[in-house]
Design a protein around this ligand. Structure first.
Ligand SMILES: [Zn+2]
Length: 269
């Protein structure tokens, strides 16, 4: 998971979202707001809806690689995902900044699972609403799930490039940062999906081969336009986190350090 550069939603679409949100917010109590959020979102989240057509186009432009999921980067993103679930936070159901673009395998298991960090003791509180339990507001606290639109996942997570290609928390156990990293990895199953982990290892080999080719072409006197084309290839290749982590860790990986020393401009790709 990598930081997603933010984008502005076109004003007409944003205006429609605000109207939709006002409809939810106008309900007289929390349970009615939750019910309205669920039914109005499923009715309006259609490709034929003007606001959601713009939401999908804008989110697609924000995705890394070729329209990949903002969480796993593996599958094509095709589901408008609420970072803070609409079943718990109906006040955010039609709010642009709460939207991410995700794939089914990430969005499905996450569903309405959510946790917050207790502001008084920095512990994790699971606020997922269980079936047949009262519809009441969740406990107060900041979201545990990392939001790649609003914070840099690299401040919380590290990808092991030497061996496992699994994500690990960057901070020491029991800090809020550790709890948030651990929760995000677990709820999105970022280490549990074997094919996802294998795809990261494969992407590592792909990026290393691209970097070798870039160094060779540069030494062979390739034209600036050819080098630019090779450079652009890094930006559309799959698993952007792997490449970003290769740049972050290159000084600890001799083979990469040597390649980057020969072509330092590749650190900007
Ligand atoms: Zn995904």
């Amino acid at each position: 998971m990598i930081r997603i550069p933010d984008a502005v939603l076109p004003a007409p679409a944003n205006g429609l979202l605000e109207q939709y949100q006002a409809e939810v917010d106008g309900q007289s109590n929390y349970a009615d707001r939750v019910a309205a959020a669920k039914s109005l979102f499923s009715r309006r989240n259609k490709k034929t809806n003007l606001a959601f057509a713009a939401v999908r186009t804008t989110l697609t432009g924000m995705c890394r690689g070729l329209g990949r999921c903002m969480y796993c980067e593996d599958a094509p993103a095709d589901e408008v995902e609420h970072h803070s679930p609409k079943d718990l936070y109906p006040e955010l159901v039609f709010v642009w900044r709460n939207y991410l673009y995700a794939c089914g395998p990430c969005n499905g298991p996450k569903n309405n699972r959510f946790a917050v960090i207790d502001p008084s003791n920095a512990r994790l509180i699971d606020v997922s609403r269980l079936r047949d339990t009262p519809v009441v507001p969740p406990a107060a606290g900041a979201p545990a799930l990392i939001d790649p639109r609003r914070e840099d996942p690299f401040d919380f997570l590290m990808l092991d490039l030497r061996d496992t290609f699994q994500l690990t928390p960057l901070h020491v156990p029991q800090t809020p940062e550790y709890l948030r990293a651990e929760y995000t990895i677990r709820v999105l199953r970022l280490n549990e999906r074997d094919l996802l982990v294998a795809a990261r290892a494969d992407a590592f080999g792909g990026y290393r081969a691209r970097l070798r080719e870039f160094v060779q072409q540069r030494e062979a006197g390739a034209s600036p336009s050819d080098l630019a084309r090779l450079g652009n290839g890094f930006r559309t290749a799959p698993h952007a986190t792997v490449w970003a982590e290769m740049k972050r860790q290159q000084q600890h990986l001799p083979e990469l350090a040597e390649l980057f020393a020969q072509a330092p401009e590749a650190l900007a790709f």
